[in-house]
Ligand binder design. Sequence first.
Ligand code: ADP
Ligand code: MG
Length: 457
Amino acid sequence: MTNEELWKAVLGEMELSLTRANFITWFKNTTIVARDHSSIVVSVPNGFIKEWLENKFNRKILQSIRGLTPEIREIKYSIGKPRVDFVRQDISRIILEKELEEKTNIVSIDTDVDHLTNLNKRYSFDSFVSGSSNEMAYAACLSVTKNLGKIYNPLFIYGNVGLGKTHLIQAVGNKVAENKEKKVLYLQAERFTAQIVEAIMNRTIEDLKSQYEKVDLLILDDVQFIAGKVKAQEIIFATFNELYGRNKQIILSSDRPPAAIPTLEERLRSRFEGGMIADVGVPELETRLAILKQKLIGKNVDLGEETLSYIATHMQKNIRELEGALNRVVAFTQIYNKVPELKEVKNILNTYLSTPYKKTSPQVILKAVADFYNISAADLIKRSRKKEVVRPRQVAMFLLRDETKLSFPEIGQKLGGRDHSTVIHACEKIRNESAIDEPLKQELTLIKERVYNSFDK
Ligand code: ADP
Ligand code: MG
């Protein structure tokens, strides 16, 4: 085995056990630069990465290397000018593009995003597979493109995460934007809220409002995030009335129907409910299969029916994850230069399914923390500053940050509408303390065990 092959194999294994973001952070531009009978030298881009690989990943890397070349007993890491590893970069890019782009809080590195509209060109009606789970939302979206501002206004699309809301509402935006005279603006509600806060600070709120009011189509994604944000709701209300009064189209999305968004002002709720509400649900097998095929268009890999139907059968709840699983399998074909057998596909998906952040949810974490400290989950969310709940709450924030993909503001939201700076502070505190405080470290481990074991049932 050449050094290159050996390292590729190691990377392949490491990748399966880490989140994409982590994998790329720690392993980008690493390579084996020297090897003798019992040791290898891995070149890494900087001291920070060197330290992490030595302290956190060395055992795993060694294990993986020894699986292939048992005589190796030691790995040294050296900071060096990396020889850029094109294969890895390519794979990382494929996975990154597909998977990270939709995560609400990761700054998009996607060049497909239009700077004026914020729309991603890849979200089109053509690339959207419709089936009975999303039929109505799909039809409503299509008809909005043909009757802008006239029939379903506002159009409110709701459904669980990863079921195609963003794709659908951006498809409307892209379709409408084909007409150069139409001004379209897509905003994540979180981003919208941040813009408002910033504008208030800079005293440019009137400019901002007039910008929103100039559009023909305003798309606000994930409006559940404005819950509890008084100022943002006020601006949305004003913008809404202004646009609505002039027959300009508004499209909203949320993870739940308007009536189920807590602390949403009544007047806003009734506006949201005043148009058309449609939901997207979990797609049935046939649709999932069609989606996989749709995602493979242009990828130039033929995985075979058996593999596709295996993936579709095992990834049921979330299309983003369905797509993530597919990307793993596609990445395999690129790393190993062959189409995986079903056995290998099973392996890939098994590791994928047991990757922590894929499997847990904020609810599970909150419950595990509450159970562990013998308080109720409601206590974590309440305003109380009692010592018995303050600490568990900080631990919950820390774990939510580490084990899920939630942003600091989202975590604050989940924990009773706390400010993101509070969350950042808590996370840092627990992270620092757990580095030196052995009992705390143990606690965290035990809670995590509960979090992940609760899924085995
Ligand atoms: P949501 O906004 O509901 O969380 P997204 O719109 O971000 O979900 O969808 C997650 C991923 O799944 C995206 O890559 C999207 O393209 C894909 N997807 C979801 N539904 C479909 C569908 N019906 N056809 C094709 N791709 C879909
Ligand atoms: Mg979305």
